[in-house]
Write a protein that binds this ligand. Sequence first.
Ligand code: NAG
Ligand code: NAG
Length: 261
Amino acid sequence: MATVGWVMTVGGWAVTWASVIIVLAAHNTKVTIGRISECLPELTPEILPQQHYRTESGIMCAALAMEKRAIQYTFTSNIKNCTLEGEGLGVDTNALKMVATPPTNTLEEVAQGKLTLASTPFISNNIILNSDLAVDGDDISASLNFYHSAYRLVYPWWAVDLSYTRTIYRVRITMRQDSCCLLRSHDIEVRVGDVREESGNLSSYTLFSTYKGPYDISQGHIACDRKDGVSGRYISIQRVTPEDHMLQLVEVKVFASLLPN
Ligand SMILES: *[C@@H]1O[C@H](CO)[C@@H](O)[C@H](O)[C@H]1NC(C)=O
Ligand SMILES: *[C@@H]1O[C@H](CO)[C@@H](O)[C@H](O)[C@H]1NC(C)=O
């Protein structure tokens, strides 16, 4: 049951949206709204907060989900129960596409050991805190095992090359956890692209998720989810506000759907 039933773009919105929603709603199918959302503490990974409403139809439930910037909705027609998941977590106002929710238990981690690139690293006592330290499989925040951008570098960035285009559902980030530097982890964008980009201008990549922060240890690992999946070969992470706060990534795990056999 790994099939994504259908995908539609904003272009065809007015024409086909209503009929598509009715088809799904009749089966009480959970519908994912393909929109950019905030990264969340992994402490509450798969269970998005739910709100229940009464709506007269699946279309109205979908419209409510759009208005309340929810991530997913389910309309149960016989009791007119409209359940929204992740209300308020959607960042963008326009849904990019809607998909029947794919199962998330068929994902594999695809970033470990892959080639990385990043803005100039920080050097501490002759040790270079290079970009590859964020995919070395070690996600314990200890001294000097993370990527750390150089001082006085605005919009620091990091990227991993998966070597193939994959459909990405989750990017899990381990931030630096020592108390000196927690506040540095904020205003981060996760993007997905298909071409190698070394200029630090990642605007051609698709925005996958955002993380406002600032980070706090109680958040544990940060999970950035796109339940609709975004395809690409490069995953980038960048600070997008101009403070001189460096970018420090202990580990980045990227979860993609399994390749068909
Ligand atoms: C909608 O369904 C949920 C469980 O799926 C339930 O907890 C909630 O009370 C229902 N709401 C209404 C208004 O029936
Ligand atoms: C970044 O690249 C885009 C094209 O991909 C371009 O339109 C934009 O001006 C660039 N921004 C900067 C700050 O160079």
